[in-house]
Design a binder for this molecule. Structure first.
Ligand SMILES: Nc1ncnc2c1ncn2[C@@H]1O[C@H](COP(=O)(O)OP(=O)(O)OP(=O)(O)O)[C@@H](O)[C@H]1O
Ligand SMILES: [Mg+2]
Length: 266
């Protein structure tokens, strides 16, 4: 037994696989024609990994996230989360979209607290949790504001808080910062990294922005289209915090641009 333990501890510590996707395909049928949106997608995501899915418009990134969240079924393949099959939406997998539809008639605090309703928590615990997540996204001062009274970046922080409060195992993000201006977008990327360091969720982050992917990811799944497939699975070896103006950062970006261009030409 002791020998075995020694052997195990001598191995590099690989993150335990939380999410396993095996042979996933999606065929859409529209007006009697079939379209292979995704073909034979397989990958694993480990505990606390931040994986970016990068690819051109139409390569099936959103379709992949919709299947992983359980909103639409795959045509073939399996998904498991901690060895349990995924087939419908659940609080263990939460999604943040590009322009998250907050409830316009609820305040910031009420939007964040919304998902806790019906979970049998006391009102005191609900209040405590809401305050904790308001503070985590630095919005305590705006708790009574309505969504129309806050900025785009703040809205996305509310959107993040209201899914993080549910304590999901996997956070699925579909171009969540794409509608923001360049500076706010960079601030939100840094903000997400700070949150991720604190909470260590497994994150699957969809983007078609190379700089965003290199800023955020441990790994980048590079997709190609027609049909949507994973062409490369790249580990980003840059140390954190990543400085966007360094040669090493630019080198990573150039490498990825070249890959995306090859996909297009092919
Ligand atoms: N419900 C649907 N019915 C038919 N075809 C669909 C459906 N949803 C998506 N598609 C098709 O599947 C392909 C992939 O779409 P998807 O939205 O997943 O791409 P994407 O990579 O997210 O693109 P973008 O970067 O523009 O958001 C597209 O060609 C799209 O037209
Ligand atoms: Mg999309």
């Amino acid at each position: 037994m002791s020998t075995r333990l020694k052997l195990v501890s001598a191995l590099p510590t690989l993150p335990e696989a939380v999410l396993e996707v095996q042979g996933l395909s999606k065929i859409f049928r529209v007006n009697q024609t079939t379209f292979h949106a995704l073909e034979d997608i397989s990958f694993q995501a480990g505990t606390g990994e931040l994986i970016c899915v990068l690819g051109p418009s139409g390569c099936g990134k959103s379709t992949l996230l919709k299947i992983l969240s359980g909103f639409i079924p795959p045509s073939a393949g399996q998904i498991t989360l901690n060895d349990l099959p995924v087939s419908r939406p659940g609080p263990d997998r939460c999604v943040v979209f590009q322009e998250d539809a907050l409830f316009p008639w609820l305040t910031v605090a009420e939007n964040i607290a919304f998902g806790l309703k019906g979970r049998g928590l006391s009102s005191q615990l609900m209040r405590q949790e809401t305050e904790r997540f308001l503070s985590l996204v630095n919005l305590e001062a705006f708790c009574d504001y309505l969504p129309r009274e806050i900025s785009g970046g703040m809205k996305q922080r509310v959107a993040l808080a209201r899914v993080l409060i549910l304590n999901p195992k996997v956070l699925l993000m579909d171009e969540p910062f794409a509608a923001l201006d360049a500076q706010t977008r960079e601030e939100m990327q840094n903000f997400l990294l700070t949150l991720w360091k604190k909470l260590s969720h497994t994150i699957l982050f969809v983007t078609h922005d190379v700089t965003e992917a290199v800023t955020l990811a441990d790994r980048i799944l590079v997709m190609e289209k027609n049909p949507g497939r994973i062409r490369h699975d790249i580990t980003v070896i840059l140390k954190r915090p990543r400085m966007r103006e360094t040669d090493a950062f630019h080198h990573h970006c150039k490498h990825l641009y070249a890959m995306l261009r090859t996909e297009k030409a092919g």
